[in-house]
Design a protein around this ligand. Structure first.
Ligand SMILES: [Zn+2]
Length: 113
């Protein structure tokens, strides 16, 4: 999915008063380990001028279904409640939501670090 496609989904969800501009969206996507860049799409911006649009996707190595989202989310994107429930992963030292029976965070489990 391109950033333009993302913007239109965010806009249509109606949950945001203001949408992130293109450069802040780029920064957010770059910082989030749940997202990977999978390639480029050439977009015709008129008069035969083509611009390269990055295509983003969910990192399927660490996220297998929707319920995995909360366990892989970066601390900076957690809600206040999630932040209080988070603990530092003994393997990667990142603060994440970790189930009691887990020895490390879901990202470390999936990546086999
Ligand atoms: Zn970890």
């Amino acid at each position: 999915m391109t950033r333009m496609a993302m913007q239109s989904i965010l806009l249509n969800s109606g949950e945001f008063r203001t949408l992130p501009n293109d450069s802040s969206l780029t920064a957010m996507l770059a910082k989030n380990l749940q997202i990977v860049q999978v390639g480029y799409e050439l977009l015709d911006s008129g008069e035969g001028v083509k611009t390269k649009q990055t295509i983003y996707a969910i990192d399927e190595e660490i996220i297998h279904d929707e319920s995995d989202l909360i366990y892989t989310r970066p601390f900076s994107t957690m809600s206040a409640l999630e932040q209080t429930r988070s603990t530092a992963c003994p393997t990667c030292r990142q603060r994440r939501i970790i189930k009691d029976k887990w020895a490390e965070c879901l990202v470390c489990q999936r990546r086999g670090l």
